[in-house]
Design a protein around this ligand. Structure first.
Ligand code: ZN
Ligand code: ZN
Length: 214
């Protein structure tokens, strides 16, 4: 059996979670990114330069920054961003109009995602049995991540796609059960669902869109 590295175990461990393994890893990464951003990065010259050249954060990440409620580091960051916006506006209207946001959080997540996909690809090539065991016991990948993995993997074994077809069939079935639960015209034939089953539609949204857990 090929030797596994520490980072392989981190990726494999994510398969035991109640969601898409890649979504889980990226969710964890995003929060560690925010923690170091608020604690150290915001005082680091290189990071500040990168953030200023990005012209701020995308809508979703700006919303999360507010929710983090870290006033002082956020005030420092946005002070820099407004200084740039102000001086650009003063110098050149056309340059101000062209200022685009290339969110630093988005690009850090994108880089990390490529890193995790590389690990998964290496496992698929060198140790497909381990990956298969973990995948078959997992919730599977969300739709966008499965799409990306299929592109990056190229040729994939049948079990990989068959598992996801089965997984999505289970999702459809759970949604059907919930739709019947809401259908009072079924009378006594209405299924009896637990609170968790009644809220399954939320998981369906997450599995179709990926990486949306707050
Ligand atoms: Zn995902
Ligand atoms: Zn972003």
């Amino acid at each position: 059996m090929p030797e596994l590295h520490m980072k392989d175990y981190t990726v494999l461990e994510a398969f035991s979670r109640d969601e898409c393994p890649l979504c889980h890893l990226l969710y964890q990464f995003k929060h560690s990114y925010y923690t170091s951003m608020f604690h150290e990065s915001i005082a680091d010259d290189d990071y500040i330069r990168e953030m200023i050249s990005s012209n701020g954060f995308c809508h979703d990440h700006a919303k999360e920054i507010i929710e983090y409620n870290r006033g002082l580091p956020t005030a420092f960051a946005y002070r820099y961003l407004f200084i740039k916006a102000q001086s650009t506006l003063k110098k050149d209207h056309s340059a101000f109009r062209k200022m685009k946001v290339s969110c630093v959080v988005c690009s850090a997540i994108e880089t990390k995602k490529i890193h995790f996909i590389d690990i998964l690809k290496r496992l698929m090539v060198n140790d497909a049995d381990t990956l298969k065991i973990r995948l078959l016991a997992s919730k599977g990948f969300c739709v966008p991540h499965l799409r990306e993995l299929l592109v990056k993997f190229g040729k994939t074994p049948k079990w990989f796609t068959e598992f996801h077809e089965k997984r999505y069939a289970e999702i459809i079935e759970a949604l059907d059960r919930y739709i019947d639960f809401e259908n009072f015209s079924l009378g006594e034939n209405r299924p009896d669902l637990s609170r968790e089953e009644q809220l399954f539609w939320r998981d369906a949204v997450r599995f179709m869109t990926g990486f949306t857990r707050e």
